[in-house]
Design a protein around this ligand. Structure first.
Ligand code: ADE
Ligand code: ZN
Length: 334
């Protein structure tokens, strides 16, 4: 109880949460009904069967196959707003102060939903989160790496107005990792960096794939953060580099267990990162699918690693410092 309260009060920032991954079975079926969506036959037909399906995924792809169908219930601007705002409320109740959230526009545009519907809905929720909950937010647009980079470039083109007016703050890269190395997206990242040098760049790397995906994301895509980065533990030279350049890894402990990246949270290379001085934050990834929001992820780490109060403060400070916020907001949080 003491540790629970302590972790609840710790000033937490989240850097790795997919808004589509906050779609609970409850809201999923509610929206399916509201929007008259017929889900395919192989999709679980009730909240209960969904929860059974979420007990364990075989790997990242097994999860994604379900996740892309799930998001097909999102149609109206209001659906996107409700989805994101429900997440902000839950995260606020967990003691979250700042959230940098991913979304996958291509997963919606390919179903005929205009990118404006998606972004305007999410942005309304962000404005409300700041105003009603005091939670600061950033939107990070992710490209799906299983789609051709030309599709990524077209998506960037269609998102330019939102980069220009500051509604979108970052670029990320997600979806099936192993068959789609960072080099495929050099043009996409350079296009955003060239036009919007102030925009934050990050990419999923080393979730399932080799550590070279992490160094290639740094070298070829110019990212300043790495999402997951778990496989970095296999390369000491890379760990030294991550420490030297203070590249923050956005760790998602419960996700890594559900997708069988590790068998248990205790196997995550957190001690090694601390020894090498590699900064990391603790995040929920797709909390509606992986059995917990941000505080559950902090608690899962605490129950396996039993960090001291001092170590937890250090972790919290690193996650404030790794956030894409100005010095004044950092000072408020620390
Ligand atoms: N999209 C949503 N969650 C993801 C994850 N953990 N890895 C890659 N793509 C994702
Ligand atoms: Zn992710």
């Amino acid at each position: 109880q003491h540790k629970h309260d302590f972790l609840h009060e710790l000033p937490k920032c989240e850097h790795h949460v997919h808004l589509e991954g906050t779609l609970s079975p409850d809201l999923l079926f509610k929206l399916a009904k509201r929007n008259n969506i017929t889900l395919p036959n192989h999709f679980p037909s009730s909240i209960e069967l969904c929860n059974d399906r979420y007990e364990q995924f075989a790997d990242l792809q097994d999860f994604l196959d379900h996740y892309y169908i799930g998001m097909s219930v999102l149609i109206q601007e209001k659906d996107f707003e409700d989805l994101a705002y429900e997440y902000f409320i839950k995260a606020k109740n967990d003691g979250l102060h700042h959230s940098e959230t991913f979304f996958d526009p291509q997963g919606h545009v390919e179903r005929g939903i205009p990118i404006e519907t998606v972004v305007n809905g999410f942005n309304k929720a962000c404005i409300k989160a700041q105003k009603e909950l005091g939670v600061s937010t950033k939107l990070i647009m992710c490209l799906l790496r299983h789609l051709p980079s030309a599709n990524g470039l077209a998506t960037i083109e269609s998102a330019k107005p939102f980069y220009e007016n500051g509604i979108i703050h970052g670029l990320g890269l997600d979806s099936s990792e192993k068959p789609f190395p960072p080099k495929l997206f050099i043009d996409c990242y350079s296009e955003v960096k060239k036009n919007f040098p102030e925009v934050g760049l990050t990419a999923h790397a080393g979730e399932e794939a080799d550590p070279i995906f992490i160094s290639d994301s740094l070298d070829l895509l110019n990212v300043t953060r790495i999402d997951h980065g778990v496989q970095s533990y296999r390369d000491d030279e890379l760990l030294k580099r991550l420490a030297k350049e203070q590249i923050m890894l956005s760790l998602c402990p419960l996700s890594n267990v559900k997708l069988q990246v590790v068998n248990d949270v205790s196997e995550l290379p957190i001690r090694k990162w601390m020894e090498f001085g590699v900064p990391f934050s603790i995040n929920s990834d797709d909390p509606a699918y992986f059995g917990g929001y941000i505080l559950d992820n902090y608690l899962a780490v605490e129950s396996r690693f039993n960090f001291s109060g001092e170590e937890w403060v250090k972790i919290a400070k690193n996650s404030v410092n790794g956030s894409w916020i100005d010095a004044a907001r950092k000072k408020e949080l620390i």
